[in-house]
Design a protein around this ligand. Structure first.
Ligand code: FES
Length: 169
């Protein structure tokens, strides 16, 4: 499945909100702001963003060390739209949550050539549905652990928020 097809699946229009989905806000507001964050279902911090006409949703904290992706830039790598974590610049594809890295296929070749490769899914992405201008997120419920899960606990949220507020006072 191509990235565009994945993106089409991750954001769709519908006549009614999917069962178990959560209201995020009006599409026009998300488009205007570019991105919003929500604590969804009281348990998951989710980033919803608008990029090139498409809505995406993913865990808000980066799988590497919990950086806030809501402050990341969006850039293209090998034709794939990625959010770049503001902390250590990890690249995460918007549609799939894959971590990308720059590989050197042949370290002895000159000039040195690099290419972007995938580490696999590292960031949990969620389904976005639009219903008459209202945007809903359905949390991804796959059983396999995804690395970004570790920053979605009450303990981390409390610790992170406490440390963050201390460093900003
Ligand atoms: S926390 Fe995101 S790159 Fe390190």
């Amino acid at each position: 499945m191509s990235s565009d097809e994945e993106a089409a699946l991750s954001s769709s229009s519908s006549s009614s909100p999917p069962l178990g989905s959560h209201y995020i806000g009006r599409k026009e507001d998300i488009v205007r702001l570019g991105r919003v964050t929500r604590l969804v279902d009281g348990s998951r911090d989710v980033l919803v963003l608008h990029h090139r006409g498409q809505l995406y949703a993913m865990d808000m904290r980066c799988y590497h060390a919990g950086g806030g992706l809501q402050n990341g830039d969006i850039e293209e790598f090998n034709g794939r739209s990625c959010i770049v974590c503001p902390w250590h610049k990890y690249k995460i594809t918007l549609a799939e949550g894959e971590g990308l890295y720059q590989a050197v296929p042949n370290p002895t070749a000159r000039p040195l050539r690099t290419e972007w490769r995938s580490k696999g899914v590292k960031q949990r992405v969620h389904q976005v549905t639009e219903v008459r201008g209202d945007v809903y997120v359905t949390l991804d419920s796959r059983a396999e652990e995804v690395e970004s899960d570790r920053y979605q606990t009450d303990k981390y949220r409390t610790t992170f928020c406490n440390n963050h507020s201390k460093t900003n006072t």
